[in-house]
Ligand binder design. Structure first.
Ligand code: NAD
Ligand code: TYD
Length: 352
């Protein structure tokens, strides 16, 4: 069995669902159910004995020790994190606690557990740390994409906390020999993404007839990857990755934010036309994010060459699937847009 952290969040829940759709190996899912964690994402696994959900904090060493002792996982796949840049600007403390202290706690618990394992379990064990391309900082328009050897230059509190966690993971390999793997992925999109991030926020606001907020000039560039492709990449690295190595995962798909917003409007115009006119009428340029990274781009040749992973979705097919999913799951969307969500939207957008 494997232990997944953060498996009730966006990527973690997609990972758990995909894992159990393609394998019978059970999953212990440790998640604190913060605002971003949602058991509704895992509703299709109700009654499935292969999924064991544990509500708890990755900073709780005694709990992590108990889970490792009771379930004897062959791997830990670590998604749990605070993940939203804008929230890290308003309140960085929780990012340091979960992303740095939480990863440290998991590493220490994993080290104690792994050290006491018998062969061959000790050789087979893996700690896979899921990270982001944001640790590499911001690119100029003509810079080559990030490779695994690009120096770290995190710019937001979120990116800095993830960079710190990556360094801890690296050090636990070099110093203690813990068999770790790290993945650094570009921006994900797809089903179950909390509507604070650009793509689901724009879909949700468009469906509600609200403004579509574009920060600054809308020309910041991100590399976008469908979440199912990221999950497949993580499974590939877990299975075949060389311990101690890092792998960049990306879609070769750089887009400006305004392009993304316009594309979503066009898909909604086609799939759910609004008698009031094109959704583009709702596009509103607002005050920029402080320290806003201009461009991210991923060079994914290492994982492609060494492990044979490639994205299955194009941006066009992935975005269409995603828009359809939100149209078909408006009850899910309404459920997550609760009082705390509205308070966040007021805090982040009222003064823009
Ligand atoms: P998310 O915010 O949707 O989910 C995070 C999950 O972690 C939630 O279920 C939350 O309840 C849980 N969690 C938070 N703090 C916890 C704690 N202290 N103990 C236990 N559980 C806790 O995030 P996501 O978008 O699914 O991202 C998952 C991982 O992938 C993160 O590590 C993130 O840095 C990384 N990543 C995300 C993206 C992206 O575009 N979303 C891209 C690259 C990498
Ligand atoms: P986001 O989804 O928050 O991901 P990240 O900051 O981790 O890349 O934002 C993606 C891009 O969209 C980023 O350049 C900021 C921009 N953005 C907006 O223009 N408006 C918004 O309301 C949000 C949430 C993001």
């Amino acid at each position: 069995m494997i232990l997944v952290t953060g498996g009730a969040g966006f990527i973690g829940s997609n990972f758990v669902l995909d894992w159990l759709a393609t394998s019978d190996e059970p999953v212990v899912n440790l998640d604190a159910l913060t605002y971003a964690g949602n058991l509704a994402n895992l509703a299709s696994l109700a009654g499935d004995a292969r999924h064991i959900f544990v509500r708890g904090d990755i900073c709780d060493r005694a709990l992590v020790d108990r889970l490792l002792a009771n379930y004897r996982p062959r791997a830990i796949v670590h998604f749990a994190a605070e993940s939203h840049v804008d929230r890290s600007i308003h309140g960085p403390g929780e990012f340091v606690r979960t992303n740095v202290q939480g990863t440290f706690t998991l590493l220490e618990a994993a080290r104690a557990y792994w050290t006491a394992l018998d062969e061959p379990a000790r050789t087979a064990f893996r700690f896979l740390h899921v990270s982001t391309d944001e640790v590499y900082g911001s690119l100029g328009p003509d810079d080559p994409p990030f490779t695994e050897t690009t120096p770290y230059a995190p710019n937001s509190p979120y990116a800095a906390s993830k960079a710190a966690s990556d360094h801890l993971v690296r050090a636990w390999h070099h110093t203690y020999g813990l068999p770790v793997l790290t993945t650094n992925c570009s921006n994900n999109y797809g089903p179950y993404q909390f509507p604070e991030k650009l793509i689901p926020l724009v879909i949700a606001n468009a469906l509600g007839g609200r403004p579509l907020p574009v920060y600054g000039d809308g020309l910041n560039v991100r590399d976008w990857l469908y979440v199912g492709d990221h999950c497949a990449g993580v499974r590939t690295v877990l299975e075949k990755g060389r311990q101690g190595e890092t792998y960049n995962i990306g879609g070769w798909n750089e887009r400006t934010n305004i392009e993304i917003v316009r594309r979503i409007c066009a898909l909604l115009d086609e799939l759910r036309p609004d008698p009031a006119g094109s959704y583009e009428r709702l596009i509103t340029f607002v005050k920029d994010r402080p320290g806003h990274d201009r461009r991210y781009a991923i060079d994914a040749r290492k994982i492609e060459r060494e492990l044979g992973w490639r994205p299955a979705e194009t941006f066009e097919s992935g975005l269409r699937k995603t828009v359809r999913w939100y149209l078909d799951n408006q009850a899910w969307l309404r459920q997550v847009q609760d009082g705390s969500y509205r308070a966040w939207i007021d805090m982040n957008y009222a003064a823009r």
